[in-house]
Design a protein around this ligand. Structure first.
Ligand SMILES: [Zn+2]
Length: 116
């Protein structure tokens, strides 16, 4: 098992915790599907995350529920000239300005479908 895999496993557990909380609040009998939003800077592999989710939900009311993953990108831009970057590179290659990172590390449930 690689370190990456452990990373996905801990996030899968966190998703399950959040799902179970919502399920309890709604007295759900079964969870059918879960839509989760994750930031790209969390460096999660969606396929591995799905696999880990299937593992951690075994034996819970969320077993066999469908996990939909939406990856949102961080907004990275130069504080000086405003140039937008796809990934964090330290300083701006145009003007040497400092880069500002917004988002990219969020994780939240957007939707949980369940049987009550
Ligand atoms: Zn710049």
């Amino acid at each position: 098992m690689s370190l990456d895999f452990v990373h996905e496993m801990s996030f899968a557990s966190a998703i399950l915790d959040a799902v179970m909380k919502v399920a309890r609040e709604n007295n759900a009998k079964r969870v059918k599907s879960v839509h989760v939003v994750i930031g790209n800077l969390l460096m999660l592999n969606p396929e591995q995350l799905k696999f880990c989710y299937d593992v951690v939900t075994k034996g819970t009311i969320a077993e066999n529920s469908k996990l939909e993953i939406e990856v949102v990108k961080a907004k990275i831009e130069c504080t000086n000239c405003g140039k937008v970057f796809d990934e964090y590179v330290g300083i701006c290659d145009e003007c040497g300005g400092i880069l500002k990172v917004e988002g990219g590390k969020e994780m939240f449930l957007k939707k949980v479908e369940m049987e009550v």
